[in-house]
Design a protein around this ligand. Sequence first.
Ligand code: LLP
Length: 413
Amino acid sequence: MSGIERVNGELLVDGLALSDIAKTHGTPLYVYSRDLLESNWKAFDRAFDAVPHRVCYAVKANSNLAVLSVLAKLGSSFDIVSGGELKRVLAAGAPANRVVFSGVGKTTSEMVEALNANILCFNIESVAEATRLAQVAKAQGKVAPVSFRINPDVDAQTHPYISTGLKENKFGISMEEAREAYRQAQDHPNLSVCGIDCHIGSQLTSVEPYEAAFERMLAMVDQLSEDGITLSHIDFGGGQGIQYDDETPLDIVEFANAAIAAVGSRPLEIWMEPGRAIAGPAGVLVTRVEYLKENSEKAFAVIDGAMNDLIRPALYSAWQPIVPVIEQDRTARVYDVVGPVCESADFLGKDRELAIEAGDYLAVLASGAYAFVMSSNYNTRGRAAEILVSDAQAHVVRQRESVESLFALESTV
Ligand code: LLP
């Protein structure tokens, strides 16, 4: 038995009963399926099998060392956005020459670290950043491999906070600026131009916005080649959407075929940076119902998980499935599922039909990406423990934070 499935009314993760895991390790608790992490990564790898390619897992989606090491063992490359993520990838046992460094605000010290580690590529987002990187590389006696992140000005048709490919967004450089930026980079002895990249947004469920971006990027590639600048790879970014509610997830094979067709016979390795599509469906957040309460308007299920554990509903009005860990034969009613944090935004779901009692476990599905990593200590709540199910065992891959650790760096005066 693999993946996250319900058998005889019980939710299982890779064959283990989620209720047993929760009883042993307490709640709120993140639980990940190694089988799903692996099969989700392999779906990308297989879809691009016919061409030279590189799947660079976007570390920001879920950066737990165990998750990174599982993917590293499959041969994954990694897309990072900070010096911290570089250290994590290395600590997880992946080689630096499988690391692509994205992000709009790399600092000098992050550049130095990445250059000294000999990473695979810097995805550069502005002319100012290219100038800084050239200076830093010169000072370090290094040649930095670079790609420019193009902002193709296409509408990803997703939530405005996670849409990144429009001119109004802070990301990338415009098509107009790019040609000159490449010329300057090509001429600099401490920069080695190797690729072009883009990332137009996250949770895309249709291939059309990608196709628009592919077309623009390849027009750029051809223009550069006329200028005598030859690239060895094209990076189409992440953003591949998953199923939370009734949306159809992006078809990875359709995405791959469109990318492969767009590249055609050009001798370019195809890179991609999926995060959510690999980690998202592989995780659940388990919480326990503390109290049921109601007023004249509404019924509430007060749970022990909160916005500090999972902020997506509060931040993006994101909808994630909330289901009982063990289905019971009871009458259902409609609840707002809320946490103990003192904010009205502290809900994980609204108007959910649930047949529950106090003490029951609830699972928030599709919580493997942008969930634990975005959690905080608001209200002096220790962050949840994380479990990875692997080889029929529930491994604690991050301990629950103790309250003492939360103020260990503080002092009184
Ligand atoms: N590459 C770059 C340059 C990115 O900025 C991102 C995500 C990815 C790859 C991976 O995208 P993915 O395949 O995971 O969609 N916190 C938000 C999502 C923010 C995404 C930021 N960038 C959420 O919870 O929906």
